[in-house]
Design a protein around this ligand. Structure first.
Ligand SMILES: Nc1nc2c(ncn2[C@@H]2O[C@H](COP(=O)(O)OP(=O)(O)OP(=O)(O)O)[C@@H](O)[C@H]2O)c(=O)[nH]1
Length: 827
């Protein structure tokens, strides 16, 4: 039905009518061929000549001829076939010629195109060169005028300089031309760009990548602006400010950017280009920071580490900025003379009355208003311990000390101690002679006693105000408050409420629900919600302020005690709080302090035992001092020990008492001892649990003594490098007194629980009350149920009674020890 000739394809299309064949040729050409078909079946066979090609032969051959085709018909067919073939040959020739012509045309067009492209390239290159030349000129002009330019453009230009491989278009015309050239010139610049985007390196990303694109937009805008200004003949350049940047040994990236007044992002980018992957919150060393500062065209001023604190070493307040502030009062005195009762009496009389529900939030300090309207801030932490710990941390908070002396008692060791503390701190005192309601009260005796300690009260023609009070029935309370108000007036206490706040931590704790909470007494300035601050080794942002009545407040001025929420850690009592302008500064200072404290501890090393110190003293000629810490049960003992210590020593070695105090050995003592490489001498006092743990961890030696001569002899021996045989005490157990019974025939018996080690009948015992040794002796009896036993193990209950001593109380601790003689050898 169809006829084909090799190359040509001949196909029936779906829609073609039978007898009409569509021929398809290369290059989309088609042709319809009409083919005749005979449906009539002819029966008479006839022979005929066959000429021509394959199809003609097949048709001409009578044997192959389809049946029923006549000769005439056959001839007609052959003719038709031949005509078709010759037509095809013609057509093929025509096609060939056409193809050739087209190829020639293409070739010609390509040559033309190439010539055009070359021309474009040349033109573009000359334009680029021109633009670069222009930019170079601009930069030169900029550098020349670098005296006082704005930081932003400089920051933006910096990376451009660092990445010259991708020149930014210079102005609108150049940009347009550049873009046109980009479009036209696919093989050259287009391919180049494609390669860049395909293989994006970090440097490209930083200098010419996405960030670069953003920046180049900004840069273009600035350049346009400059060009515009130039055209207008105005002052063209925004001048760059060259700053002198104070650079400590380490600096937080964002703070560095801040000090240079550059964009943080630009600084981070520059650092990354230098190969340092840092974020804005990370700290970098001074050498790196110096490179950055120079790169940004500023001047470096290297400062020491401690200078980070400079930001808080505030400007002096001008006299005209100062306003009167309430006084801060601490109550001190001997045990049981009525400090707590007096504080409570004042609070109850003056605070609770005005409060709904009468519930007072205990925040370690409170304010009262006297009848005459004076505001007084009381520190609610009685006793000298708080006072000294604050003072030793540099927070002189107290303005006035109220010295409580019981009228039915006399001036006692802690009274003297309080007097000495107040004098040392140069804080004026007011004597409150308490318990005057008591029948045996003798206020005049107190006054006379005080004379011995150089406290001359007004009634004895002195200058120290004295007030007779009763904390129980409230007598004289108002007089006391008025005396305080008067004293405060004399002091002319002033502060500047309009400045960044500074305060002292009175107490701090980690609250389960609220996180670290610190009670701060504001000393100067005003602390506000949202303020950023550093406090000791901690920092934070004020999340909430709560006053002594438990109310949330927005701000706290001078002498106001306030609870501060929003710290990153718990500071210590006595730490000073300072508001800083940025969080980076606050963190930097806190980190510096932490590091300094750590370094100090590390530097102190492990040389904290007497033996080590002595060995050091022998080995190292420079060690000429033997530092020690003394804690004693009463001031008298402490003083006696200190005096004895001062006498020890010769030309080479001297004993230096770093600190002496009264009361249990605390963590603070251990910290100080560790920092200075000193051992702690406890005289009739013990370390509290946390101090004991810390001392164990840090390798600080704590020695307990109950005879001053033993202590002095040991230190002498250590100082002279000769330690004799030692009677060493081993603590073998501890027991807590749960209950006290009276047993006829024996006296008072302590019902105890052995909490540690073992209780041994034959061992020595000490009775500890609040970690102070109140008695030392032996046991009269050790009973388990009804039986007398020799040992009672930890976790078991037992009954104990002391030989010749029965002032035992519930809550006391019994220390059980054994003595052994140890021969000391020197390493
Ligand atoms: N009669 C009388 N008793 C008082 C007075 N003041 C305090 N007391 C009593 O003295 C005892 C000791 O009072 P505190 O207030 O605990 O004494 P303190 O000085 O705080 O004692 P410490 O906290 O142990 O240092 C308590 O039993 C009080 O009731 C007073 O003015 N008159």
């Amino acid at each position: 039905m169809s006829d084909t000739d090799g190359k040509k394809t001949l196909g029936l299309r779906g829609g073609a009518r039978p007898g009409n064949v569509k021929q398809s040729f290369s290059h989309g050409r088609t042709k319809n061929v009409v083919v005749e078909t005979k449906r009539k079946r002819v029966v008479v066979p006839k022979t005929g000549a066959s000429k021509g090609g394959a199809s003609g032969a097949s048709l001409g051959d009578p044997a192959k001829r389809p049946a029923g085709i006549t000769d005439a018909e056959m001839e007609r067919r052959l003719k038709a076939v031949q005509a078709a073939r010759s037509r095809e040959v013609e057509e093929a020739a025509a096609r060939e010629a056409e193809e050739k012509a087209r190829a020639e045309d293409r070739e010609r067009r390509r040559a033309e195109q190439e010539a055009k492209e070359q021309e474009e390239r040349d033109r573009e290159e000359s334009l680029k060169a021109k633009a670069e030349e222009e930019e170079r000129k601009l930069r030169e002009a900029e550098a020349a005028a670098q005296a006082a330019a704005a930081p932003a453009p400089a920051a933006a230009e910096q990376p451009q300089r660092a990445a010259p491989s991708r020149p930014a278009p210079q102005d609108a015309t150049a940009r347009k031309k550049d873009r046109d050239a980009d479009q036209r010139n696919n093989r050259n610049k287009g391919a180049d760009d494609g390669r860049r985007s395909g293989k994006l390196t970090l440097n490209q990303a930083l200098s010419g990548g996405e960030g670069g694109r953003q920046r180049s937009m900004a840069a273009m805008k600035r350049k346009q602006e400059r060009a515009r200004q130039k055209a207008m003949g105005g002052s063209v350049e925004r001048e760059k400010v060259t700053r002198t940047v104070n650079l400590p040994e380490a600096i937080v990236v964002s703070e560095l950017a801040n000090r240079m007044a550059e964009r943080v992002g630009d600084v981070v980018k520059s650092l990354m280009q230098m190969g340092m992957m840092v974020t804005q919150n990370q700290t970098i060393d001074a050498d790196t920071a110096e490179l950055i500062i120079e790169e940004f065209g500023h001047t470096v001023n290297r400062v020491s580490d401690a200078d980070v604190e400079q930001v808080i070493h505030e400007v002096e307040d001008k006299p005209e900025d100062l306003q009167p502030r309430p006084p801060v009062i601490t109550i001190m005195g001997h045990v049981d003379h009525g400090k707590t009762s007096l504080l409570d009496a004042i609070r109850n009389a003056k605070v609770v009355a005005g409060e709904a529900g009468g519930i007072t939030q205990h925040i370690g300090a409170y304010q009262v208003v006297t009848d005459t309207g004076a505001v007084l801030s009381f520190l609610d932490t009685p006793g000298h311990a708080a006072f000294t710990s604050m003072r030793s941390r540099g927070a002189q908070v107290t303005d006035i000390v109220v010295l409580v002396v019981a009228a039915d008692d006399a001036v006692m060791p802690q009274t003297v101690e309080a007097i000495n503390h107040a004098k040392a701190a140069k804080v004026p005192m007011i004597v409150a002679i308490n318990k005057i309601d008591k029948p045996g009260a003798n206020p005049d005796k107190v006054r006379t006693d005080l004379l011995q300690h150089e406290v001359i009260v007004e009634k004895m023609s002195g200058e120290v105000q004295d007030v007779e009070v009763s904390a129980i029935n409230g007598d004289g309370l108002d007089d006391l408050l008025e005396a305080i108000a008067l004293q405060s007036e004399l002091l002319e206490l002033k502060a500047n409420p309009n400045r960044a706040a500074q305060g002292a931590v009175i107490e701090a704790q980690l609250d389960v629900g609220r996180g670290p909470v610190a009670t701060v007494l504001i000393q100067n300035g005003t602390l506000r919600q949202g303020d950023i601050f550093v406090v000791g080794e901690q920092y934070g942002k004020v999340r909430a302020l709560i006053n002594d009545k438990g109310e949330r407040i927005k701000e706290a001025g001078p002498s106001v005690p306030v609870e501060v929420l929003g710290l990153n850690g718990t500071p210590e009592a006595g730490d000073v709080l300072n508001v800083t302008s940025t969080e980076a500064q606050a963190r930097e200072i806190a980190e510096y302090r932490e590091k300094a404290a750590k370094d100090k501890r590390a530097a102190a090393g492990a040389a904290t035992t007497l033996e080590q110190l002595m060995a050091n003293a022998k080995e190292n000629e420079n060690v000429s001092e033997l530092p020690i810490l003394v804690k004693a049960d009463v001031q008298g003992s402490a003083e006696a020990i200190v005096q004895a210590m001062e006498k020890i020593g010769n030309d080479e070695v001297r004993v230096r008492v770093l600190h002496s105090g009264v009361g249990a050995i605390t963590e603070t003592d251990v910290g100080l001892a560790e920092a200075s490489g000193a051992p702690i001498m406890g005289f009739n006092v013990r370390a509290n649990a946390s101090a004991r743990n810390t001392a164990n961890q840090k390798g600080v030696e704590i020695r307990y003594y109950s005879v001053i001569y033993d202590l002095v002899d040991d230190v002498k021996a250590a100082a002279s490098g000769l330690l004799s045989n030692e009677i060493k005490e081993n603590f073998i157990g501890y027991a807590n007194i749960k209950e006290v019974f009276k047993v006829t025939g024996i006296g008072k018996v302590a019902g105890c629980l052995v909490t540690e080690g073992v209780a041994r009948r034959s061992a020595g015992v000490r009775l500890l009350r609040d970690n102070v040794v109140v008695h030392e002796g032996t046991l009269k009896t050790l009973k388990r149920f009804k039986d007398e036993v020799s040992d009672v193990q930890s976790g078991q209950e037992c009954g104990m009674a002391f030989e010749n001593y029965d002032d035992i109380r519930e809550g006391d601790v019994i220390e059980i020890f054994e003595r052994e003689e140890v021969t000391r050898t020197l390493a």
